[in-house]
Design a protein around this ligand. Structure first.
Ligand code: ZN
Ligand code: ZN
Ligand code: ZN
Length: 144
């Protein structure tokens, strides 16, 4: 999986530096969105140090390349779980357990673009997130 990200970096002519690789590895193993400080802390546990400005820049690059995304509600970063899927990558975030589901739907993008065009707005990309309950938490709460 880290291998796939490395290929994307190389294809865009970005160097696979040690810090980039280390951040990729941390994101790959993470089960929750991570802040730059979380990433710094996790690296420190392994005896590695990257200053947080560098981590932030690396995350910015990864987001621009769609290798990672910022989760809007928490501000944390997650590794992209979809790869090259068409349409903007979006999230459903469970407010109970924090489970995150990533999805992309070209049709949804198209509809939103049309909606925007009707009010004279030209959309370049979509950032959106749904907040609510995942199937598990919904079942626990409502017993269905
Ligand atoms: Zn993604
Ligand atoms: Zn949940
Ligand atoms: Zn879109």
């Amino acid at each position: 999986m880290v291998q796939d990200s490395i290929r994307v970096l190389q294809a865009q002519r970005y160097k696979v530096t040690k810090p980039r690789l280390q951040v990729l590895e941390v994101l790959e193993r993470a089960r929750k969105p991570l802040s730059p400080y979380d990433i710094q802390r996790l690296l420190r546990l392994k005896g590695k140090y990257i200053n947080h400005v560098t981590i932030y820049r690396i995350l910015e690059l990864f987001c621009n390349l769609n290798l990672a995304h910022k989760v809007l509600s928490s501000g944390g970063f997650v590794k992209c779980g979809l790869g090259k899927k068409e349409g903007c990558h979006r999230f459903m975030v469970c407010r109970q357990c924090g489970a995150i589901k990533e999805f992309a739907d070209e049709e949804l993008c198209r509809e939103e673009n049309e909606f925007a065009q009707n009010v004279g707005f030209h959309t370049e990309y979509h950032l959106s997130e749904s907040s609510g309950l995942c199937a598990n938490c919904y079942r626990k709460q409502f017993g269905q």
